[in-house]
Design a binder for this molecule. Structure first.
Ligand SMILES: Cc1ncc(COP(=O)(O)O)c(C=O)c1O
Length: 389
């Protein structure tokens, strides 16, 4: 066999794949491991979405290629969602592109914009695909420092001039994975102004925009003034409508960036399955605010159960207003040691913070995407283990 391409050597083993394999091995040995590490909703999508998929799939004409730009109806529905939800007007012909999950869009945007010698500006704690995409493209990453004190928002003024000279993309993500941090319009405005000034494309990864608690309503980077000139935003049906396995998302924003992403993608994939687009339209147009609020109330209750248990299991965290996660500081040792001990002794899997960057070393991430009874069992096991390790 020939050797794999060198570009693969720049990639760490995908940390979640490694963790999942470890859990699988333990399960195969007869252990019942409970995963608090997962970033996938545990509840199903609304029935009307599943019914739309079924109905569309029965249509004999819906089984050919779905089209590089998806269906007109899908793009129109995304435009309608942006108008209604954020008051943002987008052209469905030129400013929207469907994605096969937002992860695909993140990596492909990096391939579309970055060459060797270029830089992506990436918050030092964040979703790994921003850096992975840059490395696959042969480019480098500048890690922007973020801190709890700074609300996990990057301080643009601290990015050195020599990094800016080579940078093309700036990644932001609020509500944030893994920290649960949120951002307001003034932050997005500063990000847009900064990108405008430095000839950068602002990439706002926004899959958790509909996962929020305590009445909080998350916004879009495209609400900032002049955002459409230099911003692309990714939304995802995975977390908004519990459709993670369906692999549906959309890129929205700058005409130029959408055109560039389409140029790359039309050479790599042939769009999605038509019934998935049709179900996506129903999700955007017919799933009620009440359905989203009820789902979020369940997550919020689980969040609060985890938060009240943390002092008994050696962890400390802020209360997140959004996302599926609790980003907890480990009182003793580091996140990897904590995760290993919890897995070995309590058979509970949590995500070590270093998966999200070296600066996350002393944290672990816990997810609320787990059924109530399993969550209770996991918390009971963790308490028992921590009381007598
Ligand atoms: C911040 C962030 N962005 C993107 C994704 C990818 O989502 P999907 O590809 O399912 O749309 C995830 C998934 O966990 C995520 O946490």
């Amino acid at each position: 066999m020939p050797a794999p391409a060198n570009r693969l050597k720049t990639l760490p083993p995908y940390a979640f794949a490694v963790l999942t394999q470890r859990v699988r091995d333990l399960n195969a040995q007869g252990m019942d491991v409970i995963g608090l590490d997962i970033g996938s909703p545990d509840m199903p999508p609304p029935d009307i979405v599943i019914e739309a998929l079924e109905e569309s799939a029965r249509h004999p004409g819906h089984h050919s290629y779905g089209g590089y730009k998806g269906t007109d109806e899908f793009r129109t529905a995304v435009a309608g969602y942006y108008q209604q939800r954020f008051g943002v007007t987008v052209n469905p012909e030129t400013q929207i592109l469907p994605l096969i999950g937002s992860k695909e869009g993140i990596v492909n945007l990096s391939l579309a914009y970055l060459d060797r010698g270029d830089l992506a500006l990436v918050p030092e704690i964040g979703y790994p695909s921003y850096s992975i995409g840059a490395h696959l493209a042969g480019a480098e990453v500048y890690d922007i420092p973020v801190s709890e004190a700074g609300g996990y928002l990057p301080d643009f003024a601290a990015i050195p001039a020599d990094a800016l000279a080579h940078a093309k993309l700036l990644w932001v993500n609020y509500p944030n994975n893994p920290t649960g941090a949120t951002a307001e319009l003034d932050f997005y405005q500063r990000a847009v102004d900064f990108c405008d000034r430095h000839n950068l494309l602002l990439a706002s990864d926004n899959p958790y925009v509909e996962v929020a608690f305590d009445g909080y309503i998350a916004g879009s980077a495209l609400q900032a003034k002049d955002a459409m000139n230099c911003t692309i935003e990714f939304i995802s049906f995975s977390k908004s409508y519990n459709m993670a396995g369906w692999r549906l998302g959309a890129a929205v924003g700058s005409t130029e960036a959408i055109k560039t992403l389409l140029q790359l993608k039309s050479n790599m994939d042939s769009g999605h399955f038509r019934p998935i687009y049709d179900a996506g339209v129903i999700a955007l147009e017919q799933v009620s605010r009440e359905w989203i609020d009820e789902r979020n109330a369940i997550y919020q209750r689980r969040r609060d159960r985890i938060l009240e248990t943390l002092p008994q299991i050696g962890l400390t965290a802020l209360k997140p207003k959004g996302s599926l996660y609790i980003w907890a500081h480990v009182d003793e040792g580091d996140g990897a040691q904590y995760a290993e001990a919890a897995l070995t002794h309590a058979h509970v899997s949590v995500a070590p913070g270093e998966i999200y960057g070296a600066a996350g070393k002393n944290h672990v991430r816990l997810s609320v995407g787990i059924p109530d009874n399993r969550l209770e069992e996991a918390l009971t096991r963790l308490k028992k283990w921590y009381a007598s390790p």
